[in-house]
Write a protein that binds this ligand. Structure first.
Ligand SMILES: C[S@@+](CC[C@H](N)C(=O)[O-])C[C@H]1O[C@@H](n2cnc3c(N)ncnc32)[C@H](O)[C@@H]1O
Length: 362
């Protein structure tokens, strides 16, 4: 056998599922020449790829002939098989027919096995951090840490593993009360807060994000960084957030689509705040944990602290994101002022995953 021809086309067979679509789109971005085939019709893939070659099922007598004819006609040098049984069949078929075709990647089953092992290795690495931050309170199990990491990683976001692990730890010792997040984006950290608030019976979750470019622009950051805001479609953000959150405890969570300052007025006035399911969420007005991750300009972070920290319970946690940040120093300055100006209030404080964690005495 000679080495595969990289200037040949890649055949995606069977082009029938999400994995096939993702491969096709990535291949198109790479400028790779791709051909799709399947034994059953798939209108979505057919429409997006300008047609789908039909092949018999792999067990049919004429499969070999028809497959080899397609390979010859389309100059196929690589094969992507996103279905486990077909992948296994084609691995043997290529060997038996001594074909000069590279079967790309692992079988979907092996991929699952490896992904799971990698996830568990990641969770085992994070568990000691979760336990350390729990500070003697009952921590999450290894399976819970892995489960939360896995779901969180499916949601686009800006919270890293270490910060989420520290959140998982400190919630073990958080008093009962409201859990608030300022700045949710697509909901990665909000999902983790929802899980933890439920798991430790802390209380309802309130998320706040205006999803508006004028609020999101951070004037103290470099121009190139500010311009990134324009890449968002804010209606996609809003809908995407709801899609990400709705399977998880949708009746004990509400979102206010306003800047934090305006949301604060609604929260303290005790106005009805409705969950995505339409029911009124019973906030106590006293905060057990707050994640401040909205606009990072100094004035905004300072204002968030001034307003919301007056509502904190004894033993509650403030998580101030991007205390260590390369695009500005708003959270760093506001966080340091809290530490220096109100030392009596600080139970303990540490930095993890770039965020400042502060346990408040009152
Ligand atoms: C860094 S992202 C949040 C990331 C999210 N917490 C995560 O872990 O993926 C910042 C978010 O803050 C929101 N934001 C900007 N200004 C805000 C304000 N004044 N009040 C509330 N949210 C704000 C932005 O719309 C943006 O979605």
């Amino acid at each position: 056998m000679t080495s595969p021809q990289y200037n040949c086309a890649t055949l995606v067979f069977p082009a029938v599922n999400q994995a096939a679509l993702e491969f096709l789109r990535a291949a198109r971005h790479r400028g790779e020449s791709v051909v799709c085939a399947a034994s059953v019709a798939n209108d979505e893939i057919g429409a997006e790829w300008g047609g789908l070659h039909r092949l018999p099922a792999i067990y049919d007598d004429d499969f070999a002939l028809r497959f080899l004819s397609l390979v010859g006609a389309q100059s196929i040098g690589r094969l992507f098989c996103p279905v486990a049984s077909v992948h296994d069949f084609m691995r043997r078929f290529i060997t038996q027919h001594r074909l000069d075709i590279e079967l790309i990647g692992q079988s979907p089953i092996r991929q699952q096995v490896e992904q799971h092992r990698q996830l568990m290795a990641r969770a085992r690495r994070l568990l000691p951090l979760v336990e350390l931050c729990a500070d003697g309170a009952p921590p999450l199990s290894l399976l819970e840490v892995a489960g939360v990491q896995r779901q969180a990683s499916l949601i686009y976001g800006e919270s890293n593993d270490d910060k989420l692990a520290a959140m998982m730890g400190v919630f073990a010792g958080t008093p009962a009360g409201d859990v608030v997040e300022i700045g949710s984006l697509m909901g990665r950290s909000a999902f983790v807060l929802l899980y933890l608030a439920w798991r430790y019976r802390i209380g309802p979750v309130l998320t706040i994000d205006p999803w508006r470019s004028d609020a999101a622009i951070q004037r103290e950051s470099p121009d190139e960084f500010q311009a990134l805001v324009d890449e968002w479609d804010f209606e996609v953000l809003s809908e995407g957030f709801m899609v990400n959150m709705i399977p998880f405890r949708a009746d004990d969570h509400a979102h206010i689509r306003l800047a934090s300052e305006n949301a604060f007025k609604i929260y303290v006035d005790g106005e009805a705040i409705l969950s995505p399911m339409g029911g009124r969420v019973a906030y106590s007005g006293k905060i057990a944990a707050i994640h401040i991750d909205g606009n990072h300009d100094y004035d905004c972070v300072k204002k968030d602290c001034e307003l919301w920290l007056g509502r904190m319970l004894p033993g509650s946690w403030l998580i101030l994101d991007d205390y260590i940040w390369s695009h500005g120093d708003g959270p760093y300055r506001a966080g340091n002022e809290l530490l220096h100006d109100q030392p009596d209030r600080i139970g303990c404080a540490f930095v993890c995953g770039k965020a400042l964690f502060v346990k408040l005495r009152y």
